[in-house]
Design a protein around this ligand. Structure first.
Ligand SMILES: CC(C)(COP(=O)(O)OP(=O)(O)OC[C@H]1O[C@@H](n2cnc3c(N)ncnc32)[C@H](O[C@H]2O[C@H](COP(=O)(O)OP(=O)(O)OP(=O)(O)O)[C@@H](O)[C@H]2O)[C@@H]1O)[C@@H](O)C(=O)NCCC(=O)NCCS
Ligand SMILES: Nc1ncnc2[nH]cnc12
Length: 296
């Protein structure tokens, strides 16, 4: 037997090119969520250093959640490639939420990420199947063209969630509305901030802090409203704008300044989970643009 021959397993069917690409999209999603989790210090959020403003979860809870989600992102990318309507994507998303809750003992670690990154994986699967590049502009266009109408009618539905209640009470743009509009905060603000910071010479942590604080300054993070009311959201946005105005992630002292904001958030139990998801989504788009080019 040739010792270098690839091992064939009777249980695992060989992957075609599309299947291999969907697996890479899924791995990129898990790696990007890990990037977000591992970044520290970050305001009020869980990292491996501490649990921020949370008493029901820590870094280990997030790792269990990530392990439970590893197949979801691959499957949703494959559904996207099949020209799926919104309904099968939604069914996969609901199943993934159940897996997450099972893995974490009922704690919501990644509901927003399942939604936003799930849609992005589906859009990448669809773009690739149509022979188009998986770059930021195409991903946004495909998302809107394929599922924009369904997402808009979903956003109008009166859901009984923290996010929907906060959006109704204060006229905010919730996670569903962000998606229905083609993720404007991600594509117009957070991803450009990540790229600009890297281009200006920020190190990896500085660039990610720059992107995270940009997300906090821009998005109507309904988690902040749920914990701290409208005032909580506005104060968090102001602190984020101040951080950016003083040089953001480009300054040598960025981490020390982020640690001070972290302490203020923990004092008030604030946690910008929606902004954290947008950082992960920006890291995912960066990765996917690279792997799309490398696999052609
Ligand atoms: C469409 C849904 C995502 C529901 O969305 P909705 O806005 O109605 O409400 P929420 O259930 O409140 O969840 C939204 C989550 O999205 C993140 N988020 C918040 N604001 C925004 C925003 N403006 N733009 C984008 N994303 C946003 C946020 O998720 C992150 O934070 C969560 C952790 O927060 P934590 O502080 O622990 O909060 P809780 O445990 O909830 O409360 P307490 O601890 O304070 O008591 C974590 O999930 C992060 O990811 C919001 O939580 C969706 O549920 C849905 O419809 N799902 C079906 C699946 C589907 O259709 N999928 C589509 C194809 S894949
Ligand atoms: N690191 C984190 N901590 C708390 N909530 C989050 N939602 C998404 N990422 C999070």
């Amino acid at each position: 037997m040739n010792a270098r021959a690839p091992l064939a397993s009777p249980d695992i069917p060989p992957r075609d090119d599309a299947g291999a690409f969907h697996a890479r999209l899924g791995r990129a999603a898990i790696a990007s969520l890990y990037d977000e989790l591992a970044l520290e210090p970050k305001p009020g959020l869980v990292s491996f250093a501490d649990a921020g403003s949370h008493d029901d979860m820590d870094g280990g809870t997030f790792l269990r959640s990530l392990f439970a989600l590893r197949h979801f992102f691959v499957r949703v990318a494959a559904q996207g490639a099949r020209e799926a309507d919104f309904a099968p994507l939604e069914a996969l998303g609901i199943e993934a939420e159940a897996r997450m809750l099972h893995a974490t003992g009922g704690v919501n670690t990644h509901r927003g990420a399942i939604f936003t990154l799930g849609l992005l994986c589906a859009a990448a699967g669809a773009a690739r199947a149509a022979g188009e590049r998986c770059d930021a502009a195409n991903l946004r266009r495909v998302l809107l063209a394929r599922w924009g109408d369904a997402l808009a009618s979903r956003a109008r539905r009166a859901l009984d969630t923290h996010g929907a209640r906060a959006a109704r009470a204060h006229g905010l743009r919730s996670a569903s509305e962000e998606a229905a509009q083609g993720l404007p905060t991600l594509f117009d603000h957070v991803l450009p901030a990540l790229r600009a910071a890297r281009g200006a010479g920020a190190d990896d942590r500085g660039a990610k802090l720059h992107a995270l604080f940009t997300a906090m300054a821009q998005v109507d993070d309904t988690n902040l409203v749920h914990r701290g009311g409208l005032q909580g959201l506005r104060d968090a946005q102001r602190l984020a704008r101040d951080f950016l105005a003083e040089g953001g992630g480009l300054r040598a002292e960025a981490a020390a300044r982020a640690a001070r904001v972290h302490a203020l958030f923990v004092e008030r139990r604030l946690s910008p989970g929606g902004a954290a998801d947008l950082l992960a989504a920006a890291c995912w788009v960066e990765r996917v643009e690279r792997l799309d080019v490398a696999s052609r």
